[in-house]
Design a protein around this ligand. Structure first.
Ligand code: NAD
Ligand code: ZN
Length: 363
């Protein structure tokens, strides 16, 4: 199935479904990347052992010249050091301005390869081949970045892909924890935009976690549609796009303080969405949203309270450092109902502290 991101000259298709990888040569051709161009695959060690050979064969058989670079798995690959290694390898492989980078992997590889493509010879084409559930979010929208030791995604750019080829067959090998993390962002897309999608996710939780292909395709299509609708209206986050950060002000702080191994991005966002719902209720913006938020997340085996003891002072300091904040103010995306959110700037610190207290007591 096809979705289209409408951004004038930078428009591109998202193909979602089983078998998308096999159809990659045709999809590349359609996107204007013909066999005359060199391709450079960036992937991580886990994904490489599963799918690099297959991907390379498909492309070579179609007549493409392909080279690749394999990075370590995990967030640490999103560094300037790895970025430079990829640039070196691409130069040695003879990539020029007409060449294209292919990101074969999850959000880490997508953000990293995207940033390479955004800056290599002032910007070349790139293609997203997401292999995680979470990457339905990261592969669409054009935000690309690497981390700085002092902050996540600090060195980045906006660079839209030419194509997103999302083969749901590749998701079958994902470890259970990564599956849950991916569903956190799927649920987020329902929470900010579409109550009927949240209800559908509640009703189909079991089938989706069994990886029923029809359901999975529909879930990803609906989640991506929300992202596409938001990004098409606000490509560079002047306003509306900020709603995609539901659960992320809390979530980024939790993630930074707990360490990525203990709490991955999706898990942190899940707890963050519960915290946002609790804050909404405390501020009188919404009634009765936290219970249902917890319920849907639990159906997908996601955490809904903080297991690790965190100091409120540390969490608040981390939130003030978040680049989404403006001048150290606390900015939150808060639900007004299930499927609807509002952006609140300058929320009172005391109310945030109360939520953090309740969250550590198990909600
Ligand atoms: P990830 O890329 O690290 O992948 C998670 C793990 O799954 C890795 O160990 C990877 O090797 C493994 N893996 C990937 N595909 C697999 C497969 N098919 N089978 C088996 N194992 C597989 O993490 P992620 O959760 O996909 O992405 C997280 C990153 O995405 C973060 O860095 C976050 O900042 C970024 N992100 C970016 C955006 C954006 O808009 N650019 C949005 C959300 C998240
Ligand atoms: Zn996220």
């Amino acid at each position: 199935k096809r979705l289209q991101v409408e951004l004038g000259e930078r428009s591109y298709p998202i193909w979602i479904g089983p078998g998308a990888l096999g159809r990659l040569p045709g999809l590349l051709e359609e996107a204007g990347i013909d066999t005359g161009r060199k391709l450079f695959i960036v992937t991580d060690e886990h994904v490489a052992s599963l799918y690099l050979e297959k991907t390379t064969t498909i492309l070579r058989d179609a007549g493409y010249a392909v080279s690749h670079f394999v990075v370590v798995a995990g967030e640490k690959a999103k560094s300037l050091a790895v970025y430079e290694q990829i640039i070196t390898a691409a130069l040695k492989a003879g990539l020029d301005r007409k060449s294209a980078f292919l990101a074969l992997g999850g959000g880490v590889v997508g953000d990293l390869a995207g940033f390479v493509a955004a800056t290599y010879m002032r910007g070349v084409a790139f293609v997203q081949i997401p292999t995680t559930l979470l990457a339905h979010d990261s592969s669409v929208g054009g935000k690309v970045a690497v981390n700085h030791p002092l902050g996540k995604n600090i060195i980045g750019a906006f660079h839209q892909p030419k194509l997103v080829a999302y083969d749901t067959e590749l998701l079958k090998t994902l470890p259970p924890r990564e599956v849950a993390a991916g569903f956190a962002e799927v649920i987020k897309h329902g929470m900010i935009w579409d109550e009927t999608f949240v209800t559908w996710l509640e009703e189909n939780a079991e089938g989706l976690q069994r990886f029923d292909h029809t359901l999975l395709q529909e879930a990803l299509l609906r989640a991506c549609s929300v992202k596409v609708a938001v990004v098409s209206q606000d490509e560079r986050e002047q306003g509306l796009r900020a709603i995609l950060n539901l659960g992320h002000t809390f979530g980024h702080a939790f993630e930074a303080l707990c360490g990525y191994e203990k709490l991955n991005h999706g898990e942190a966002v899940a707890i963050g969405m519960v915290a946002a719902a609790m804050l909404s209720e405390k501020m009188g913006i919404a009634h009765d949203v936290s219970k249902r938020t917890r319920r849907v997340l639990m159906k997908y085996r996601l955490p809904v309270s903080l297991m690790l003891p965190l100091k409120a002072d540390d969490v608040i300091a981390a939130m003030r450092r978040d680049k989404k904040g403006e001048g150290g103010k606390l900015v939150f995306v808060l639900p007004t109902a299930i499927g609807k959110v509002e952006i609140k700037k300058d929320v009172a610190e005391e109310q945030v502290r109360e939520v953090l207290r309740a969250l550590q007591e198990g909600g």
